[in-house]
Write a protein that binds this ligand. Structure first.
Ligand SMILES: Nc1ncnc2c1ncn2[C@@H]1O[C@H](COP(=O)(O)OP(=O)(O)O)[C@@H](O)[C@H]1O
Ligand SMILES: [Mg+2]
Length: 1014
């Protein structure tokens, strides 16, 4: 570690944060140059990596280098891609969260190389199994295939990615790569039919011609000479010395076999590639009517064969356009220009869609099948974003507009997640902070993408509006709608000086990375991306399975206009940003050192420009003014708690206080750190290195003595034995508990039909619990609904007794259920009260419409004499029921009437009130539990009589219900015999009214042989 730190200072600084004059651009460039000239291409700004393209093979990417960086702390070794990759990986494994690595920079700066190297790093260093080897190989080999179809030689880069790529590498909980998924963005289709001078078409065309064997070329009708194909020679550089097409072809062929492509797939895929070449060679000439006809029929025959399309229909589709007039379809012949246009449109469409098919097919082969089969779907991902860099060409078209818009969006993401987020975090954590100004490019993103007002919306409007819309009318619309925007200029709007550099068909955007002048010609056409309907029909009916998958018949039925290219791109970018925002970021900023792809050449001007637009100086200032490292208190404490006796092995207080104790113990100086609300902020990386280097006093001592042999082996064995013993005991306890629980359940099940006893008690409770939980979700909808869920047979006796039953179950359950969230009983009751207030006394027949419960026990007109004699107020509601009163002393039976009014209860004999109990004098009411009887057993209830004497009541079973005083003088209650296996729970036998002195036995005094749990 010491060594690494010293090495770090040998050539400039390895972290720009350590620069003395961190605000000086010159110092920044100096450091970058010094290191670059020593082939030190990587430098940090905190945790961000700056990489300068070396344009030469460096000895930096060997397996031993990978092993060196594996699992080592971020700042311990010289800066490297591998450190970034390893750091993201380790945090992912420790914190089980998702990450992405955003690789940005202009075209040719080394983004794709960086992403490939990271992928290789994971492939080599992550744990894997034999089963996962295939996944690893597929992840690696998906690259050459995608590059063959999606990369091309441009002026800036011999292997320029002409599509955006975001790849998720999926890891299982052990950190092994188990799958992947690729999202691709806007392939540059126009390249298929046109290339600028010094540029090539996509690699695959040249690879096929160079590498494909004779037989294959013969089958495809191709010649081994790119010069023969119009689509390959417009850039006049079909052969490039830095590219070995023959070799690359071999790699691609091998990759295809590994990523699950069968012979049929390959046949159809190369059939499409060859068809594009044949299409490019089709020439049209005018017939006598000025209509286009195909000059030489040989090409079209090959296309018809390879795409499995009918020759004459294909021929007709290329030279005519189908127009729908009312319900009729009319063929309108094309002129030569339109025929060329239709030809190119087909070539672009089939290539573009085949590329999307290819990505999907690769995704199928990368899908995490291992996890899926074994049910382990928990995974975390690291996303690699390698997307086209900011591009300024001599003529910038629609593609450059989209690419640069994409870069604006990614810059915005970086601002949101670093500069802005960093400053907001300090604010949130209550850390003192001096704000750093930075250019927020949101204003440019808005200029491009805002709804209704942005350039994309204006372009779409022009594409979709009826009438003669042209690229020029689009330009006028732009001037009209965004002409006053500070980042938009046209020739008409520019001042005298600027005017000269802008053409009449141009518009210029002042991007965050600099000015770019776009030529509006072709914008409408490229945005519309139309393919004539009859050509689409031909493709939908193709016998080539890939083409058929790419052009679905349903598309023909869909009369809605498809989304424009720019809008599709905008939407896919928005979802990409969403994907990225949900993950932890790491950044690699790639710099291109010169325009000539020359090793060792450091072009100051070019690099200064990139440093500026990549916002590196701002990033450095924010980092420097801020803190190099921050961590939540809990995580920091977890990692370093072993450094302080007070926090090891457990800290029981708040984590923040633990961290405070810990850093005091280690001896942090006040200027080295700040304590926020939830995190500790460490200003310099060196403080963190030092913390990592502090010897762990407790665990360390133990370990050291093991290593140097002074550790007493006997003690270590004893310690190990103790620990193993503790683990085994814990496991045994858990097993015993499990056995007991299972046994109890089985016992309960076997004895479920017995009366409630020790063996089945828990089982019954469990059944009750499940029944009630089920009932909770299936309660009757209203009070009149009697459809109570049928209880299981084990609870039958409860049902029969009115506990849950159909008839009497309602009130009991309602009482239980009013506490259950979601039950609407109380709500219904409220509604009834309101209804009563509204209709009572006002609506004729209201009373008749109500149900009249307890009608037969109401004191009716016919009982008038009784009421009169008792002088019970007539306005009160009264209820009467005959009862038999048993004397406490001799159990003599006496006929009585029990009258209940709203204020009192009366015991009446004939017309004479024997007892009046005013409710106001009552302390409460109680209902004793009656004993539950089995089919043949008897039970008894003891109670106290007046002055300390005891009486007994016997409950038994007999042929018919009876209550009598038996020979011994006890009161005997007989209930009829029930069928076998059925029990009865008697309803509460003695509802008694408690006064100051209990009249009848209290609950505690009752001895019961078995008590119903209900
Ligand atoms: N780390 C590297 N080591 C060696 N050569 C590199 C490295 N990075 C980039 N290059 C060279 O630069 C070229 C362009 O890099 P590439 O990653 O394709 O750029 P980008 O994807 O940013 O457009 C590569 O083809 C390769 O020759
Ligand atoms: Mg690239």
């Amino acid at each position: 570690m010491e060594g690494a730190l010293i090495a770090r200072d040998k050539v400039g600084v390895q972290d720009f944060v350590l620069l003395d004059s961190h605000t000086s651009e010159a110092a920044f460039l100096n450091n970058l140059r010094k290191r670059y000239q020593e082939n030190l291409i990587y430098t940090y700004i905190g945790s961000l990596l700056v990489s300068v393209n070396p344009y030469q093979e460096l000895d930096l990417y060997t397996v031993s280098q990978m092993q060196l960086y594996r699992g080592v702390n971020f700042f311990e070794l010289p800066p490297h891609l591998y450190a970034i990759a390893d750091n993201a990986y380790r945090v992912m494994c420790n914190e089980f969260n998702n990450h992405f690595i955003l690789i940005s920079g202009e075209s040719g700066a080394g983004k794709t190389e960086a992403s490939k190297k990271i992928l290789q790093y994971y492939a080599v260093t992550c744990p894997t199994t034999e089963q996962l080897q295939t996944v690893r190989d597929r992840l690696l080999l998906s690259n050459p295939v995608l590059e063959a179809f999606g990369n091309a030689k441009t002026l800036r880069n011999d292997n320029s990615s002409r599509f955006g790529k975001y790849m998720d590498i999926q890891f299982d909980f052990k950190g092994a790569p188990v799958g992947g998924h690729i999202l691709s963005y806007l392939i540059e289709k126009s390249r298929v039919v046109h290339q600028n001078h010094g540029e090539r078409n996509f690699h695959i065309f040249y690879q096929l011609l160079e590498g494909g064997d004779k037989e294959l070329l013969g089958w495809l009708g191709l010649e081994r000479n790119p010069q023969k194909y119009a689509y390959l020679i417009q850039g006049r550089c079909a052969k490039v010395f830095s590219i070995n097409d023959k070799n690359d072809w071999k790699i691609v062929r091998k990759a295809f076999s590994i990523i699950d492509f069968n012979e049929k797939d390959m046949e159809h895929l190369f059939g499409i590639v060859a068809s594009v070449l044949h299409l490019g060679n089709i020439q049209f000439e005018e017939d006598s009517n000025g209509h286009a006809i195909i000059r030489d029929g040989s090409q079209i025959k090959w296309i018809s064969k390879l795409l499995g399309a009918h020759l004459s229909i294909l021929q007709e589709a290329l030279t005519n356009r189908k127009i729908e007039a009312r319900s009729e379809e009319v063929l309108s012949p094309l002129n030569v220009d339109l025929a060329f246009y239709a030809r190119d449109a087909v070539a672009k469409a089939i290539y573009g869609r085949t590329f999307t098919w290819l990505v999907n097919k690769i995704n199928g082969s990368l899908a995490n099948k291992v996890g899926f089969l074994s049910g382990v779907l928990n995974k975390t991902v690291i996303g690699l974003l390698d997307i086209y860099g900011f591009e300024v060409l001599d003529t910038n078209s629609f593609e450059q507009f989209c690419i640069n818009y994409c870069n604006e969006k990614l810059q915005q993401l970086l601002i949101e997640m670093t500069l802005k987020a960093e400053q907001e975090e300090y604010e949130l954590e209550g850390i003192e902070w001096e704000p750093i100004p930075y250019f927020n490019n949101k204003i440019i993103c808005d200029l491009v993408e805002q709804k209704h007002k942005g350039i994309i919306s204006i372009l779409d409007e022009e594409c979709l509006r009826p009438g003669e819309a042209t690229d020029l009318s689009f330009l006028e619309k732009l001037e009209e709608k965004v002409g006053d925007h500070a980042h938009f200029v046209t020739r008409k709007l520019a001042d005298q000086k600027t005017r000269k550099s802008i053409d009449w068909v141009d518009f210029r955007l002042l991007h965050y990375a600099g000015e770019v002048t776009y030529c509006a010609v072709g914008f409408l056409e490229k945005n519309n991306d139309l393919l004539y309907r009859n050509l689409k029909e031909v493709l939908c009916n193709s016998k080539n399975s890939i083409i058929r998958e790419c052009f679905l018949l349903s598309e023909l039925d869909n009369r809605r206009r498809p989304e424009t290219v720019a809008t599709q791109f905008k939407n896919s970018l928005t979802s990409l940003i969403e994907i990225l925002m949900s993950k932890e970021p790491s950044y690699i900023r790639c710099i291109k050192p010169n325009e000539n792809k020359e090793p060792g050449k450091f072009d100051d001007f070019l690099i200064r420009h990139q440093v500026k637009y990549l916002g590196l100086m701002e990033h450095l200032r924010v980092r420097r003014a801020g803190f190099a490292y921050r961590r939540k208190y809990e995580l920091f404490l977890q990692r370093y708690k072993s450094l302080c006796p007070a926090t090891w092995p457990h800290w029981h207080g708040p984590a923040a206080e633990g961290v405070e104790r810990l850093i005091k113990h280690i001896g942090y100086k006040p200027e080295e750190y700040k304590l926020g609300r939830t995190k500790i902020f460490i200003r310099f990386p060196k403080t963190l290195f030092a913390t990592e280097d502090v010897p762990v006093p407790l665990v360390w001592d133990l370990l050291a003595s093991v290593l140097d042999g002074t550790w007493d082996g006997g003690r270590s064995i004893k310690l190990e034995a103790c620990w193993r013993g503790a683990l085994a005991r814990r496991a045994a306890k858990k097993r015993t508990w499990a056995v007991q629980t299972i046994r109890k359940f089985i016992n309960g099940f076997i004895n479920r039909k017995k009366p409630l006893c020790e063996e089945n008690r828990d089982f019954v409770r469990l059944s009750q619990y499940h029944y009630l939980m089920k009932l909770r979700d299936h309660l009757p909808k209203n009070v009149l609904d009697k459809s109570w869920l049928r209880p299981p047979s084990i609870l039958e006796e409860v049902r029969g007794s009115g506990g849950f039953g159909r008839g009497g179950g309602g009130p009991c359950l309602v009482a239980m259920c009013v506490h259950i969230p979601g039950c609407s009983f109380s709500h219904q009751l409220q509604q009834k009260v309101v209804t009563s207030a509204v209709f009572s006394g006002k609506k004729e027949g209201y009373l008749e419409s109500l149900s009249q419960p307890f009608l037969e026990t109401r004191l009716s007109e016919c009982s008038k004499p009784l009421r009169a004699s008792m002088l019970i107020p007539a306005r009160c509601s009264q209820y009467v029921t005959p009862v038999v009163k048993y004397d406490r002393n001799g159990f003599k039976a006496r006929e009585r009437l029990l009258v209940l009014t709203q204020s009192s209860a009366y015991v009446v004999e004939m017309a004479k009130i024997k007892q009046k109990i005013e409710y106001s004098t009552l302390k409460g009411t109680s209902g004793s539990h009656c004993p539950r009887l089995g089919p043949s057993c008897a039970s008894s209830l003891r109670f106290r009589v007046g002055s300390g004497k005891e009486g007994t009541m016997v409950f038994t079973v007999g042929p018919e219900p009876q209550v009598f005083k038996d020979k011994t003088g006890q009161l005997t209650v007989v209930r009829p015999q029930l069928g076998p296996g059925r029990h009865l729970v008697l309803p509460p036998l003695d509802l008694h009214l408690q006064r100051a002195q209990p009249l009848l036995p209290t609950r505690q005094e009752v001895t019961t042989p078995s008590v119903s749990p209900a």
